[in-house]
Design a protein around this ligand. Structure first.
Ligand code: C5P
Length: 239
């Protein structure tokens, strides 16, 4: 089993992020850089994270015309990231352009193509918010619709909430990579996450990767927090 923990480096500057990454790199599978850290620190933080040997998930949730998204995915591939995100609501052409850009650029670099992950419905949205956008039906239905759209366009992975893992596994089969935030070990606080699963529950339900932020980054001892989590998933993962 590969180490499924992706640590969300949600911090305002690269110094703390890089210190934490140095410390945690041997214990986790990857680091996630989101809009806050990327906009404040720029691509240099990605290069420095990659220099620790760690995998990087660049989470910018791209949504634009196909050509623009493809160019952004090429730039992300050049940076050497292993995962990146696009909004599935960008539509088939945009999604296919993103996936093709990842493969073509990686082939040129003789590298592995980054996993382009489709984001379906943000967990901050409920049925009423969808109705405001003119989208009928439930969040669950919209998630499934967009998940199918994304995988039919060629995407190999999706970001989903813990509550959606089982449905997406059942509907889409075993090969799609499912990346799940909203993870809370038994011993940690929920913070602003409302519907959570423990790391072991999410893996059991069929997640491939777990995005975990504050339970690790906010712990008094982030290394031992990561080790505790690994023990609950699979003790063999503890180095
Ligand atoms: O600190 P915490 O474990 O809640 O961090 C979770 C990470 O996953 C954050 O970077 C958050 O933005 C992200 N995320 C989320 N829920 C989503 C999508 C992304 O918590 N639906």
């Amino acid at each position: 089993m590969i180490n499924p923990i992706i640590v969300a480096l949600d911090m305002p500057s690269s110094q703390k992020a890089l210190e934490l990454a140095e410390e945690l790199a041997p214990l986790v599978g990857a680091f996630k850089v989101g809009k806050q850290l990327f906009i404040s620190s720029g691509p240099d933080v990605i290069r420095k994270l990659r220099a620790t040997g760690a995998k990087v998930f660049l989470d910018l949730k791209l949504n634009d015309i196909p050509n623009t998204v493809a160019k952004a995915v090429i730039a992300a591939t050049d940076l050497g990231v292993q995962m990146t995100t696009v909004h599935a609501s960008g539509g088939t052409e945009m999604l296919a352009a993103a996936e093709n850009a990842a493969h073509e650029q990686a082939a040129m670099l003789r590298a592995e193509a980054p996993l382009v992950l489709g984001v379906t419905v943000l967990t901050s949205m409920d049925d009423n918010n969808l109705a405001e956008l003119g989208i009928g039906g439930s969040v669950q239905e919209q998630v499934l619709r967009l998940a199918k759209l994304a995988t039919n366009a060629g995407l190999r992975g999706l970001v989903c909430s813990p509550q959606e893992i089982e449905m997406l596994r059942a509907e889409l089969g075993g090969t799609v990579q499912l990346v799940t935030p909203g993870i809370r070990p038994e011993w940690s606080q929920a913070n602003d996450q409302k519907r959570t699963m423990t790391p072991a529950e999410a893996i059991q339900a069929g997640a491939n990767w777990l995005v975990i932020g504050r339970p690790i980054t906010g712990a008094a001892d982030p290394k031992s927090a990561a080790i505790r989590i690994l023990h609950t998933i699979n003790p063999e993962l503890v180095p």
